[in-house]
Design a protein around this ligand. Structure first.
Ligand SMILES: CC(C)(COP(=O)(O)OP(=O)(O)OC[C@H]1O[C@@H](n2cnc3c(N)ncnc32)[C@H](O)[C@@H]1OP(=O)(O)O)[C@@H](O)C(=O)NCCC(=O)NCCS
Length: 178
């Protein structure tokens, strides 16, 4: 079986493609994350660890756009860690926790977040993962709408989970159909 996410996947805009993230994407991933206040903020070590633990323990996707000069620019990413074991020959009990998803401000509302989510869900289904999970700030309506459009449903709330500013986390999950 090929490593997950190696194949570019089409998105509505033909100049955008989705592919597995590589270690040399790290500077662009960090720069992009810094532009998004509502994103989760992780250290370089954290991202590096996720990039290096693919495909067994992480699914890390990037969206790339081709410019007129045919240079490519990273315009979005989605990072999930895979928790749990994948017993050979049986259904996986692994849970896929989405840790972060960010799209470059100027590229938002063009289907890139949706393309990243679709690619993640496809990988999760291919690997028969048990659940996709995440938590998000209650006020992050854009992200919550994105998750809901991809079949995730509210499963709970963690009061005052976030700081600066303090805010509840809303928990979301999508479970594999039996
Ligand atoms: C959340 C985010 C990744 C969405 O990316 P995007 O590329 O703009 O999303 P898409 O264009 O693919 O939109 C897909 C769906 O998400 C929802 N959505 C996206 N942005 C939205 C907004 N500003 N308001 C309401 N719904 C929104 C809509 O349902 C949309 O479908 P529609 O366009 O058909 O209505 C982007 O807003 C972002 O990077 N936010 C900052 C980082 C962040 O907060 N990440 C979440 C951390 S947990």
């Amino acid at each position: 079986m090929p490593p997950p996410n190696e194949n570019s996947q089409p998105v509505p805009n033909p100049a955008i493609s989705i592919r597995a993230a590589h270690l040399n994407d790290l500077p662009a991933i960090l720069a992009l994350e810094q532009t998004a206040q509502s994103a989760a903020h992780w250290t370089a070590d954290h991202y590096q660890s996720r990039l290096q633990s693919q495909p067994q323990s992480a699914c890390f996707l990037v969206a790339e756009r081709q410019s007129a000069e045919s240079n490519s620019q990273l315009c979005g990413f989605l990072c999930a860690r895979i928790i749990g074991t994948v017993p050979a020959g049986t259904a996986s009990v692994a849970e896929w926790e989405i840790e972060n998803v960010v799209v470059l401000q100027e590229c938002r509302r063009r289907g890139i977040g949706a393309a990243l989510m679709r690619a993640l869900i496809e990988e999760w289904q291919e690997h028969a993962g048990a659940a996709v999970l995440l938590e998000v700030r209650e006020s992050n309506h854009a992200a919550r709408a994105l998750y809901e459009r991809h079949g995730l449903r509210e499963t709970g709330r963690r009061r005052a989970y976030y700081r600066d500013p303090s805010e509840d986390a809303i928990l979301y999950a999508r479970y594999r159909q039996p």
